[in-house]
Design a protein. Structure first.
Length: 161
């Protein structure tokens, strides 16, 4: 892939990539932007490894997922999420907290469940491509989706009470 092709692919997929990473980061748009930038740098540096037989979006999402996992492993949460939710709910002057409840629920899922839910329901990827992005089997993706749906439902119903 040459530089012009890479730029074209990035322009085509950049919004979806940032949206996907925002979901993985449970609504933290600043962190998602940082991870998106890291993802694009890594992709550019390894664009010769892109094979035309695979979709660019599958390739870039796999890089994004690995970047997210690397960040997650090195990141330690210092404040409980419940405290952050309470603080955030005090000020709803703009629309930035519209999806706060969903992001808080997604944060309680395992990384694999969250990844499967976001790729399948929000990004519309078929299970086969999710298995390629996450480097897991199709059966594993199906199990992650099933568990993720159940956990998400339980979390959202618990919050409603």
């Amino acid at each position: 892939m040459n530089k012009q092709q890479f730029i074209h692919y990035v322009e085509t997929h950049q919004r979806q990539l940032r949206q996907f990473l925002t979901g993985l980061c449970c609504g933290d748009a600043d962190l998602a932007d940082d991870l998106a930038q890291d993802t694009l740098v890594k992709a550019y540096l390894s664009c010769e490894s892109f094979r035309d037989d695979s979709k660019f979006s599958t390739w870039i999402y796999r890089i994004a997922y690995n970047t997210f996992i690397s960040h997650r492993r090195s990141y330690k949460l210092t404040d409980p999420l419940d405290d952050a939710s309470e603080i955030a709910s005090l000020n709803k002057a703009d629309g930035s907290f519209d999806y706060q409840r969903l992001h808080a629920a997604l944060d309680k899922l395992s990384d694999k469940e969250r990844m499967a839910i976001l790729l399948y329901y929000l990004e519309g990827y078929p299970i086969r491509e999710i298995s390629e992005i996450t480097d897991t089997t199709i059966d594993a993706v199906k199990a992650q989706l099933s568990r993720g749906r159940k956990h998400l439902k339980d979390i959202l119903e618990e919050k409603r009470l």
